[in-house]
Design a protein around this ligand. Sequence first.
Ligand SMILES: [Zn+2]
Ligand SMILES: [Zn+2]
Length: 518
Amino acid sequence: MALTTEQLKSMHWSEILAERIISEKKPPFVVTSGITTSGPTHLGTLCEFLFPNAIATQLRTRGFQADFYFIADIYDAFDSVPISMMKYESTLTPHLGKPLCDVPDPLGCCNSFGDHYLNETRRIMERFNVHPKIVRAVDVYKEGRFDELARFFLANEEKVKRVVAESSMRELPEWWSPLMPICQNCGRIATTRVTAHGNDWYEYKCDRDVEYTKGCGFSGRNKLSDHVYKLTWRLHWPAWMVVFNTSVEGAGVDHHTRGGSWDTCTAIFKEIFQREPPIGYKFGFILLQGKKYSKSKGVGMGVTDLLELMPPELITYSLIKPDLQENKDVDPTGVKLMNLYEDFQRAAKLSEEENTDVSRAEHKKIIAFRLSTGGKINWKASFADILMYYQLYRDWSKVAERSGDPEGTNYLRPFIEKWVSREFAPEEYRFSFNPTTISKNIAAVRAFAEKLTDSMDAVTIHNLVFSVANENGIQPSELFTTLYTALLGKEKGPRMGKLVEAIGIAKVKETLERVSRG
Ligand SMILES: [Zn+2]
Ligand SMILES: [Zn+2]
């Protein structure tokens, strides 16, 4: 089905990709993605499971079988000690250059260093309610599922080398080989090179210096069927797409630059496998408060920290809603987070209304909301209200009662507590009930107090500030400031109508009369 430009503009990116997969590939569809499990799960890792999961969901919604394989590149070389493991540096350093799955877990809780981080990612995926088929690359190699491709690459080595060199726009060393042997003496994969090979055997020397480690000097010989090799990255990627029969796979923009690994991938498919490559898509960077994550610096917040500050579905929503290629800025602080909550709740409402006459932006919101939640929101009261009640009462049973949404309040409670304790609430929402004697605008404040009646709702109260200010010949903003000072002891606060309602009209009347007595 060919879609018109107008139709495409109205669709969410996950819908566009799903339609394209259905028209270009054959079911059952396979969505793949992968990460190297060499350090803590960071925001970029989220894209590697949230985006493919969204695509698989769209395909299933359209009645097709779609499998999502998440491949952990745990057979890659351990090339640096992450910041968070620096205290184990002396234990870990001797293992540099070995596959991640052969490095012991210094914490002792997992089968290996690589598994330690894979398990962390596993737990995080569960929090996000994403359940792919998780594959450890080493297991696939050990099962021999790459052997046939390895044999094929060895048999066509010259041509493969040329395609890799051309597509990556770089010169390859004379010793370049499709294979990365694992040294049978020291266990390293980063320091070996193939010196000779036949169809299903190879000889290697472990003598390379890769700056962070050096080879041991050993020379050895293995058969492919010993399963102690890995394909070099530029071949490993297209090879796994053959092994898993991938229909679609995405990667960050850094893999999609000219000469990047996606270029090699498509070239290998076209020139070596002589078939069409899977559909590729690229996604932008994820920034945290405008900054790019840096593995080497370990800068910023990990996903685990972020999950203490905001519910996973809200993170998913914020990453899935924008255009795929856009850089996404995650900001769990202040007004930005409050706006995100508000936007999310608006999306929930739109989704529930099932109105077909919605704008393009609204449609994309609805899709992002459904993909993030399965269509159900875990709280009904507004985040701003719950936050306000919490600041006012510091008593969750009272907050639950006043919000009229005990379940939702209970759900948001840990996030709000953490958020407030880290002082991420915006200035207007950092307050407590703190009656303070005022010396200005006394007449207006007293008039306001007198006119307040029990039957008034938040909007009426808000409007009352304007009319009283006018009657008393002062700017409304000035009366707002004085009222906040009188009630909270500071010049700013949450929306006045809501605040007065929350404190209680009788209590506000009594307080204002008292603090304006002079
Ligand atoms: Zn562990
Ligand atoms: Zn060695």
